[in-house]
Design a protein around this ligand. Structure first.
Ligand code: ZN
Length: 163
């Protein structure tokens, strides 16, 4: 069973594993849960997705005035269309959400971050090609999250991290 946060209304939807590939819609607002392209996230929505959504989340931090961001956007959407419903793809407008961008330490855009089970697994500044994006998400899918959580717990015990 997966929990999928609606890109439109933010409702949590429980979707069984065998139905995830059948274009599920939000039970509240009927929006497709996998829109076939990156969906817009506010900072608040990003926090909700990180905490409650059960799929890996790829976020493109971008801005409307950024040329490389606009060049990467079609590749990002194409990869989203191809790799849904294995992962979720979103974008966050750093111009509209400046405080959020500062919170996440965004220094240049585009910056890509991948979250899984509320853990930041990957971040990279600079535009990626479609094949680089695909390679990245393949790596993310292969991560052993039990091991990641165990390592975080061990670090917290030692007091060596601020996670
Ligand atoms: Zn909805």
């Amino acid at each position: 069973m997966h929990t999928l946060i609606c890109p439109s209304c933010g409702a949590g939807n429980r979707v069984p594993e065998d139905r995830i590939g059948q274009s599920p819609q939000c039970g509240r607002c009927k929006t497709p849960l996998f829109p076939g392209k990156a969906f817009e996230l506010s900072g608040e929505a990003l926090a909700r997705h990180r905490q409650h959504d059960s799929l890996p989340l790829v976020v493109d931090f971008w801005a409307p005035w950024c040329g490389p961001c606009r060049m990467m956007a079609p590749h990002f959407n194409a990869v989203a269309e191809r790799l849904e419903p294995n992962l979720r793809f979103a974008k966050l407008d750093t111009e509209a959400e400046q405080a959020v961008a500062a919170d996440y330490g965004i220094r240049s855009i585009p910056t890509l971050m991948v979250f899984r089970e509320n853990v930041l697994l990957f971040q990279q500044a600079g535009a990626l090609s479609a094949s680089q994006l695909e390679e990245l998400v393949t790596q993310v899918k292969a991560v052993d999250m039990a091991q990641v959580h165990a390592e975080i717990a061990a670090q917290e015990k030692n007091g060596t991290t601020t996670h």
